[in-house]
Design a binder for this molecule. Structure first.
Ligand code: FAD
Length: 409
């Protein structure tokens, strides 16, 4: 009997995991618009590929939380690690549960997937940009912008989102899913640096330090992160900042509050500054040892009008308190996030309510499966997004090939 033919559209993380899984029981073709599969995968984790996180829980994602929880509970990181170990990839777990390939090379993850797929008979069609999908009584007809057409019994749409479009994920997958009747929630760049107002960040360009950062909207706290912040000529970056970016979602009126000495109270900073005031120092050196020197100078400038080179003894108690307030809570207007080019992931996408979460089959178009970032589920930094791509890809692949069935909605 002829095997079912499954077309996987998109040879990224989710598409490759789907292809390897489906090929156990089906004839699979991966259609990829780029000249090679896995372009984005090679860039992940700064070339090291942080491929999963052992602390994975639904709370690490922005999504329809009940639906995301069903997926995460059914697919813990251990299952992802089993999948890769079965393919021959050794991994190690680093701080905060981050899983990396033992050889530290994203290229090894891609090669393992490519070779495993090829060994199972998966055909790769690179340079095939899918421009249309039509449902027919006997399956699906696919059109490609190079003029080619193809037929498949089932399709797995794994075109990614809009983040880092130079890697191929330019959002064209949403047009394909819309043609099948799906909706798409508003899309925003996430895990992306933030552009700030004023000159404070630019003056500190190149500085990296640990801080507590709070995202505030109209005076109310939206989210808080502790970790590294990097100052740049446009604003701020670093993991803590990127984590907060997902909460901005195109909105305005945001502010960042930066606490440069999170483990010390305001009163303690006042005490330290007062002690420093009694020493023969210039104003600009009063926060020496509390924050990096350039940061101190900018904080003092922002907090008071005092001449930086005047004697510290001339500072009033009011000045000291203002400087301590800046150390503990420097406010920067958050203008916007940077663009899709700088984003690691897409917030928004096809709602999880439109798929069966135990198979990733569309509830709207039987025989079509959706996997990866194209769905409305984005995770924190730390391996959560690739974790989502693998778990949805593997599940969609197994289901499309008839190796698992739907049980719940
Ligand atoms: C710089 C960077 C670093 C990252 N690092 C990490 C990390 O360390 N850990 C982590 O968990 N996450 C990381 N991410 C996020 C992670 O890479 C993505 O969430 C994940 O790759 C999404 O997988 P996907 O298969 O859904 O989409 P993608 O990997 O984007 O793959 C989609 C594929 O579909 C192809 N395609 C698109 N449209 C079409 C079409 N119409 N026809 C044919 N092909 C099409 C694209 O060319 C692409 O190859 C990083 C992202 C970036 C940009």
């Amino acid at each position: 009997m002829n095997k079912k033919h499954i077309a996987v559209i998109g040879g990224g993380a989710a598409g490759l995991a789907a292809a390897v899984s489906a090929a156990e029981n089906a004839q699979v073709t991966v259609f990829e618009k780029n000249e090679r599969v896995g372009k984005k995968l090679l860039q992940t984790g700064n070339g090291r590929c942080n491929l999963a996180n052992t602390n994975t829980a639904a709370g690490a994602y922005h999504s329809d939380m009940a639906a995301a929880k069903r997926v995460i509970d059914a697919f813990p990181a251990s299952r992802i690690m089993d999948f890769f170990e079965e393919l021959g990839l050794l991994m190690r777990v680093e701080t905060e549960g981050r899983v990396y390939p033992n050889c530290n090379q994203a290229a090894a993850v891609l090669d393992i997937l490519r070779y495993s797929a090829a060994e199972r008979g998966v055909a790769f069609r690179c340079g095939f940009d899918c421009s249309g999908i039509r449902k027919r009584a006997d399956g699906f007809e696919l059109d490609f912008s190079n003029g080619a057409c193809a037929h498949a019994d089932a399709v797995i749409i794994a075109c990614g989102g809009k983040a880092a479009p130079k890697t191929g994920s330019d959002g064209s997958g949403y047009a394909l899913t819309r043609k099948l009747g799906h909706s798409v929630t508003p899309l925003y760049p996430a895990l992306v640096p933030i552009r700030t107002k004023g000159a404070f960040a630019r003056a500190l360009k190149g500085i990296r330090c640990k801080a507590g950062i709070t995202l505030i909207k109209n005076g109310a706290t939206v989210a808080h992160e502790s970790g590294e912040i990097q100052f740049t000529d446009y604003g701020v970056s670093g993991i803590a900042v990127m984590q907060l970016s997902g909460f901005m979602r195109g909105g305005s009126g945001f502010e960042l509050k930066i606490d440069f000495s999170e483990q010390y109270s305001f009163e303690h900073i006042v005490y330290l500054l007062e002690r420093a005031r009694s020493r023969p120092r210039e104003v600009q050196d009063i926060a020496l040892g509390i924050v990096p020197k350039r940061v101190a100078q900018q904080l003092i400038k922002a907090a008071s009008e005092v001449n930086l080179t005047s004697p510290a003894s001339g500072l009033s108690y009011r000045d000291i308190k203002k400087i301590a307030s800046a150390v503990k809570g420097m406010r920067l207007g958050a203008e916007s996030t940077l663009s899709w080019d700088n984003a690691q992931v897409t917030a928004g996408g096809v709602p999880l309510s439109e798929i069966y979460t135990d198979t990733f089959q569309s509830k709207i178009c039987a025989g079509a499966y959706l996997a990866g970032e194209i769905l409305d589920c984005d995770g924190a930094c730390g391996g959560y997004n690739l974790g989502w791509a693998w778990s949805s890809g593997i599940t969609a692949g197994l289901a499309a090939a008839g190796l698992i069935q739907e049980e719940i909605c």
